[in-house]
Design a protein around this ligand. Structure first.
Ligand code: SF4
Length: 236
C-alpha cells in the first residue's frame, strides 16, 4: 500500500469526505476499519461509513477505565445503526501485573508510568486490532493539538506497517458538531458537560469554554507529551 499513497492523493484531490470513504470502502479490495475512540469525530465517521457500506468494520478499545457515558454511547450507537462495534480489550495478565505492582493510579506519578499504562491498555490492543488490516481510518483533525499539525489525509504508518486514512483532517470543530446535530448522530453526553475530548475517566476532565480542546486530557503534562502513543509517527 505504501507505494500507492501518491496515486491515491492525486485521485482524491478535492474530493468530499464521503467520496474519499466511498473510494476506500467500496472500490478497493482491502482490509480497512475505523479505529473509533467514540469521540465526536469518530461518531461522524461511523455515521458516514454505515451509510456508505453496510458491512463497514468499526472497532474500539475498552481500556477498563472508560467513563460510564462512553459505554452508554457504544450501546446507543449499536442500537441506532443496528450494528455491533467490535471491542478489543487489553491482555488480562498485563493489566493485573500493572495494577498489582503499581496500584490503581500509577499514571499520575510520571510520564513514563502514564505511557506504560497507555501501552498496556491501548497500544497493545490497537496493534492487535490493526495487525490484520491494510488501512486504518482515524478521526484526527489537524487543528486538534500541537502534536497533530503535520498530519495528512493519507499517510504511511511505519510503526504499524499500514496506511492511515484521516478523512476529517481538514474539518473544523464547528463542522463536526453541525454534522452531528444535522444528522442526529449519537454522541457522548460528557461533551455537554464541558469535555471536548474524552478518554479514560481518570485522565479526562472538563475544561473552561474556549480552552484548548485537548487540555482536559492528561492535564498534568506539558502539551507536547499529550499523546497516548496511538498516533505517534515513526519515521522509516
Ligand atoms: S488514558 Fe490514563 S487510564 Fe487510560 S490507558 Fe492512558 S494512562 Fe491509563
Amino acid at each position: 500500500m505504501k507505494n500507492k499513497i501518491e496515486e491515491f492523493k492525486k485521485q482524491l484531490e478535492g474530493k468530499e469526505t464521503k467520496d474519499v470513504l466511498d473510494f476506500f470502502l467500496n472500490e478497493l479490495d482491502i482490509n480497512i476499519a475505523l479505529a473509533s475512540s467514540l469521540g465526536a469525530e469518530d461518531q461522524v465517521l461511523t455515521d458516514l461509513m454505515y451509510e456508505i457500506s453496510s458491512d463497514a468494520n468499526i472497532f474500539t478499545l475498552d481500556t477498563g477505565r472508560l467513563p460510564k457515558q462512553t459505554y452508554d454511547l457504544i450501546e446507543r450507537t449499536n442500537e441506532k445503526y443496528k450494528k455491533n462495534i467490535k471491542v478489543f480489550f487489553p491482555q488480562t495478565d498485563k493489566v493485573e501485573n500493572l495494577v498489582n505492582e503499581k496500584g490503581m493510579f500509577s499514571f499520575y506519578y510520571s510520564i513514563d508510568e502514564r505511557k506504560e499504562c497507555c501501552y498496556i491498555r491501548k497500544i497493545e490492543p490497537l496493534k492487535r486490532a490493526l495487525s490484520s488490516l491494510d488501512v486504518w481510518i482515524t478521526g484526527l483533525r489537524r487543528e486538534q493539538s500541537v502534536t497533530r499539525g503535520e498530519m495528512q489525509l493519507i499517510e504511511w504508518d511505519a510503526g504499524n506497517n499500514l496506511l492511515k486514512l484521516n478523512p476529517l483532517i481538514e474539518w473544523s470543530e464547528e463542522e463536526v458538531w453541525n454534522y452531528i446535530k444535522n444528522n442526529n448522530v449519537p454522541y457522548n453526553k460528557l461533551h455537554d458537560n464541558g469535555y471536548p475530548s474524552i478518554g479514560c475517566e481518570p485522565c479526562s476532565r472538563a475544561v473552561e469554554e474556549g480552552a484548548d480542546i485537548r487540555s482536559g486530557r492528561w492535564w498534568w503534562e506539558d502539551p507536547e507529551h499529550k499523546e497516548c502513543g496511538l498516533h505517534i509517527k515513526e519515521k522509516k
